[in-house]
Ligand binder design. Sequence first.
Ligand SMILES: Cc1cc2nc3c(=O)[nH]c(=O)nc-3n(C[C@H](O)[C@H](O)[C@H](O)COP(=O)(O)OP(=O)(O)OC[C@H]3O[C@@H](n4cnc5c(N)ncnc54)[C@H](O)[C@@H]3O)c2cc1C
Length: 419
Amino acid sequence: MGNLHNWAGNIAFSTEVLSRPASIPELQEIVSRSRQVRALGSGHSFNRIADTAGALISVADLPRDITIDTASATAEVPAGASYAQVSQALEARGWALPNLASLPHISVAGACCTGTHGSGGQLACLASHAVGVEFVRADGGLVRVDRSDPAFPGSVLTLGALGIMTRLRLAVVPSFTIKQTVWVDLPLASAAEHFDAIMAAAYSVSMFRDWTRPGLMNALWLKSLPDDPAADAGAWGARPATTALHPVPGQDPAPATPQLGSVGPWHLRLPHFSPEFAPSVGNEQQSEYFVPREHGPAALLALAGLDLARSLYVCEVRTVAADELWLSPCRERPTAAFHFTWINDDEAVAAGIAAVETALGHLDVRPHWAKVFRIPPERLRTHYPDLPGFRALAERHDPDRKFGNPFLARYVYASGGPT
Ligand SMILES: Cc1cc2nc3c(=O)[nH]c(=O)nc-3n(C[C@H](O)[C@H](O)[C@H](O)COP(=O)(O)OP(=O)(O)OC[C@H]3O[C@@H](n4cnc5c(N)ncnc54)[C@H](O)[C@@H]3O)c2cc1C
């Protein structure tokens, strides 16, 4: 077992080799001469999705220029750049991305490859911002694909299966500001009854619960546009927070983005965590489950009675807009997302996952590709009718499965398509 670990430390990669090419020709040369390779972004995934027995490749040392085309409102960004770096460069020139994940530390390619998302009923996952992608395929060739290609919906959220991404072109919007307000002690029954209204109360909304307080959601985070009417969560039984909070109850709030009605640029309010601090807890594992949005209240209630307090730091409930991406957990359905930050104990995580998957099993549930889950491949595959098309695309760019690994073998390549 190698010394290379993911961010959380719960995964030791099966290789000691991490190559960091400084140019695209050098990357092409490494890929073409290798038998097994896989890209590693910032290593924030919690399962073996990024693993390989061959060499890991980081594209973080490739040229870092970010170019903006104002006419088409798009920006071309390095695949290995973090969202913090990209956001800062966009903001400096008056541009923005429509949404971000809870942390800006992750790489653009890594986030897009796994369907990473933020919250917002009108806001789809981060891969849906992409309008073009450049990658090095198995034979070392440099490929560029854009939205005019019928295979584009399978070319960004790829789980790393098509090749090593070098650059992405993202749709951008004019810079905007966000006001962040946190409410506490939202009654669970009220959260379920008014689910749609609460999740629509701001541009981006998150509810948090840690199961230590029966019948209560710990917190409701509202990220509002300047022109949004001020939401009164008191009407749903919540109270305004009087101090800044960390998303995980009891943690020092310093790493969290400013709250208490503080207005600031989009990239310093949409994530929960500020770029200059380590996000979340660190010694943790994560899972996330996606159900059709209309099942959000039922999911909330189905989870309510579980005994999770001892295995969980916090659960976050978000909404995500539907998209058309072949492997997206939000594919063709507006989504309610239930995220779990577990304590870093394999047994506790396994028990928690088993309980959650059982509780949500009747709600057409899909797992986050980059987090810990147990849903069997044959069930998971029924959610992805475009898997055969995706396999054909992967076959075209990587006929010998140079970018393959056991994770892809299990969930993507294993025989048997969707029924
Ligand atoms: C504290 C914390 C908070 C999180 N919050 C959220 C959240 O709010 N929303 C959410 O949806 N997820 C969240 N996640 C999960 C995270 O967004 C995903 O794990 C994401 O994939 C991380 O990006 P990365 O760059 O670390 O990818 P990695 O883990 O390094 O890689 C993920 C996958 O992408 C592939 N990949 C990476 N770079 C490339 C490339 N250049 N070319 C081709 N393939 C590539 C890898 O091979 C691998 O398959 C969180 C994770 C952590 C640790």
